[in-house]
Design a protein around this ligand. Sequence first.
Ligand code: PMP
Length: 422
Amino acid sequence: MSFSGPASILTKRAEYFFPATGHFYKNPPQIVKGYMQYLFDQQNKRYTDFYAGVSVMNCGHSNPEITKKTIEQLNDLQHTTTLYLTQPMVELAEKLALILPGDITRTFFCVTGSEANEGAMALARMFTKKQGFIALQGGLHGRTHLTLSVTGIPMWRLDDQLVKEHIYFIDRPYSMEVSQDDAMAQSLAQLELILKEHGENIAAMILEPIQGNGGIVMYPEDYLQKVQALLDAYQVLLIIDEVQTGYGRTGKMFAVEHYGIVPDIIVTAKALGNGIPISTFSTRDEIANAFTKPSASTFGGNPVAAQTALNVLQYIENNRLVEQANVLGDYLKRKLRQIDSPFIQEIRGTGLMIGVQIQSLDPMITSAERTDEILEKIKEVGFLIGKNGLNRDVLALQPPLVITKEDIDDFVSSLEKVLQTL
Ligand code: PMP
């Protein structure tokens, strides 16, 4: 196959995509091939992928063990209405009931994370017969009207009058300026106040167990227990958005397990299909009974996606990827902490979901510009990493869980060298 090259792709994007469509890098490579933790550009230059399409490719790119069975399924039965009886979808639902926390045993299949969050919120409304939602500053939940409106990152949020009066934001229990205890106390006090004033009209609170786009932010260990106790007192449901954190990424199958609670509704997507679109929202019997409006999604849980997801879960199990994320995540964090650089302000996260907070140290350069400089320079030496955070100044390290210690060693020594050149 011949490749048009990055310049031609950039020109066509500028002409045919929406103008706000983003990309990383001043000189982005054209990615033409993937294999496990590696990506290759049009000149066959190899990059180790430390971003994994924002935690999508937990089992690695074009993992042959998984794609082989996806192709078999494609050849056998590609799609039919999910209203007919097919086996992969029901096997997947049964498997999810086994691995999801607590009494969450019923699953509705969709295609994207946004769609599943939207479905979870519709379900919360149908069950509680209430309207409003509480969300966290710094959270991100998708691209549909409602999910854009509960997104707590100003640059991505839709501040729309149509739903605004039903949405309440509280601070996240994290701040670089105050202690964790103070940040948590403030967040809980805000939650309690909103519940007291509007609880009778709020259906659910939605939040990520670890904020991804908000800059890889974990909460104090007992935060979610306290949140849940408050919500329960006002019959407000808790929706946990595991779209970015689910399926082993954080060193647990689901990140909510770090906090020892079982939410009312749990949403997953991305890594479940390892590149084939599939998403879910799941809940317990009592709540599922209330979901009476749409009975299925056209492509949600289709045979190809469901069979792929089954193979993804089997691969995660067979290769102990959850433990792997834990062990390698600790190793990566330890190695990052050994880097002696004034540009690193903080290292956060757990498992293979790690954020490195960058500071500029030069009043003429913003921390976001510093971060871009690092992304660009480390790409040149063969590593693709992400960036996120409210100021776009956090390096996002979320590699496929099939990465090796050697990849991590190479990455950390390259990062150290790049930081020395700034
Ligand atoms: N929730 C979270 C936590 C996400 O990170 C994302 C995507 N970055 C979404 C929801 C939206 O998922 P999708 O793009 O599949 O609609």
